[in-house]
Design a protein around this ligand. Structure first.
Ligand SMILES: NC(=O)c1ccc[n+]([C@@H]2O[C@H](COP(=O)([O-])OP(=O)(O)OC[C@H]3O[C@@H](n4cnc5c(N)ncnc54)[C@H](O)[C@@H]3O)[C@@H](O)[C@H]2O)c1
Length: 322
């Protein structure tokens, strides 16, 4: 049985679906603070918070958990800049508690959802897993702190293996539109741009058009959420045979904010007005991953390789929920 923390969230719901479709049983633990139980259509759902050590222990006591997939984290860079201690507590301290309880119950496989934000402002692009990690916001720092703790435990404990996935920007939605991205408030670029196309917002604000990039707007590497889910499936087999490791998960291509708006215009066949705003604290100019390692070691491939195709799946989901 697989415990998925944060399985009611955007990425967790897609991971939970694919893993169930491939014959595994799951338990989803989520406090629903940033999600909705409607996203948990597979496995058993337990509402609860990672800070509740008694609840977590009781889950390991009651169910035969073999693997933990840990996705229950706070994810807003700007919120982390305004309230860093909330991020260190939720993303670092609660993760440490979860891991220590899992280890006490002899769990020996742990998969952690880290982020491109651990790299900060990378000196070398594309970013390989060997790049230095210098996060420039508390969100990225809180994730790196837990990565370091997990790596230490993985070295100390014989037969305990972990995989750290550093996701770049997750995007898109499941093709049958059962689940998708629906944060409240939404902080991610693609659903916000699509909100403008759907008439829910008047215009899109671009945070900074004076970055050292060809069109001045920030560049990010995107990955379809189902490609993230399929990497989790691959890694379950990998953890049976291999030692702990770190993998970037991305398409390996960069798109500027302007290019994302242009793609949304093509997909929605509408004009999307925008306004240039000041830069936000904590945003690196360019994040593009080198994804060779995950392709080689996990034999993983992205099903979605065109940004328009990814955005189409988001648009179909946004149309359904609006
Ligand atoms: N979405 C992205 O582009 C992206 C990029 C890089 C990394 N990640 C990582 O992927 C993971 C999932 O991200 P997401 O976009 O699905 O976010 P999300 O907010 O949709 O999902 C996170 C879920 O965790 C739950 N949660 C948070 N803290 C909890 C706690 N203390 N106890 C119980 N439940 C808790 C939330 O209610 C939510 O359902 C996170 O670890 C995030 O850092 C996401």
């Amino acid at each position: 049985m697989i415990l998925i923390t944060g399985g009611a969230g955007y990425i967790g719901a897609h991971v939970n679906k694919l893993i169930n479709e491939n014959g595994y049983q799951t338990i989803v633990l989520d406090n629903l603070k940033n999600s909705n139980q409607e996203m948990v259509k597979w496995g058993k759902f337990i509402k609860g918070d990672l800070n509740d050590e008694n609840l977590i222990s009781s889950i390991f006591k009651k169910y035969q958990i073999d693997i933990v997939i840990h996705l229950a984290e706070l994810t807003s860079v700007s919120e982390s800049v305004n309230n860093p201690s909330k991020y260190y507590e939720n993303n670092y301290q609660y993760s440490v508690n979860l891991l220590n309880i899992a280890i006490r119950f002899n769990i020996n496989k742990f998969i952690f959802s880290s982020t491109a934000a651990v790299y900060g402002n990378p000196k070398i692009i594309p970013i390989s897993e060997k790049n230095a990690c210098n996060p420039i916001n508390p969100y990225g720092k809180s994730k790196l702190m837990f990565e370091e703790y997990l790596i230490k435990k993985s070295k100390e404990i014989e037969n305990f293996n972990s995989v750290i996935f550093r996701f770049f920007n997750a995007a898109g939605a499941d093709s049958n539109h059962e689940i998708g991205e629906n944060h409240n408030p939404e902080t991610h670029l693609i659903p916000i741009v699509l909100d403008v196309a759907l008439g829910k917002r008047k215009k899109i604000g671009i945070f900074g058009a004076d970055y050292p990039t060809p069109d001045g707007t920030c560049i990010r590497d995107y990955i379809h959420v189902n490609d993230i889910a399929s990497a989790h499936l691959k890694v379950i087999d990998f953890l049976d045979k291999e030692k702990s490791d770190i993998f970037n998960l991305s398409m390996g291509k960069g798109f500027s904010v302007n290019e994302i708006i242009e793609s949304c215009q093509r997909v929605t066949n509408s004009k999307i007005p925008h306004v240039i705003k000041n830069r936000r604290d904590g945003d690196p100019a360019i994040l593009i991953a080198d994804n060779k390692k995950v392709k080689k070691d996990l034999k993983w491939r992205t099903e979605f390789n065109q940004i328009d195709d990814i955005i189409k799946t988001s648009y179909n989901y946004q149309k359904k929920i609006n």
